[in-house]
Design a protein around this ligand. Structure first.
Ligand code: ATP
Ligand code: MG
Length: 177
């Protein structure tokens, strides 16, 4: 029987969702797998992975959305700004998923974008259903919807036990960004 790709969801309040997805990238690049990561929330990518992604080329590709909006976003409310990014991200994701060029695609913060009402749950379900059978699809972000969880093969909820933020410790280079 032909092995099918997995649908993986990293959700929950605790830290580690994007980090876990990046862990898959590190592992898969070792086998020369092709991976694409797409951001759904503007500014959700921190500097570290943007810099190291260059070292993981050509296997790893990070799609930065919203460069073209830079000139106009200052005049818009943050919600509209995020909405534009999320809608564009859906379009690009669909193209990437259907291209058949990738082994793994990561939709970073997509669950959170649905929860914020920036994109519709149906759009995400449509993305999942349109994937080639062999493609592994990773969806990160808190508040993953029930229907998406139902479609997934692997769901991990990061549960916060402690976070340095609670002690007033600020985000740390290499750990948080
Ligand atoms: P990371 O990218 O570190 O794996 P994440 O993807 O699980 O985190 P996000 O919701 O994307 O979490 O949040 C991104 C940023 O917010 C990171 O800098 C992270 O350290 C911080 N963060 C994550 N969880 C918490 C939390 N429970 N309290 C405070 N800050 C958090
Ligand atoms: Mg994240």
């Amino acid at each position: 029987m032909k092995k099918e790709g997995l649908i993986i969801v990293y959700t929950g309040k605790g830290k580690g969702k994007t980090t876990a997805a990046l862990g898959i990238v590190l592992r898969a690049v070792g086998y020369e797998k092709k991976i694409c990561m797409i951001q759904f929330i503007k500014g959700s990518w921190h500097y570290g992975e943007m810099l190291s992604s260059k070292r993981l080329e050509p296997e790893f590709e990070m799609v930065v959305i919203g460069k073209g909006f830079v000139g106009i976003i200052d005049d818009k409310s943050p919600k509209e700004d995020h909405e534009k990014i999320a809608k564009e991200a859906i379009k690009i994701s669909l193209e990437k998923i259907q291209s058949g060029k990738y082994d793994i695609i990561i939709l970073d913060e997509i669950n959170y974008a649905v929860n914020l009402g920036l994109i519709r749950e149906e759009d995400v379900i449509n993305l999942i259903k349109s994937k080639p059978p062999e493609l592994d699809l990773v969806l990160t972000g808190n508040y993953a919807k029930e229907k998406i969880i139902d479609l997934a093969d692997l769901v991990t909820e990061m549960r916060e036990i402690k976070h340095p933020f609670q002690q007033g410790i600020k985000a740390k280079k290499g750990i948080d960004f």
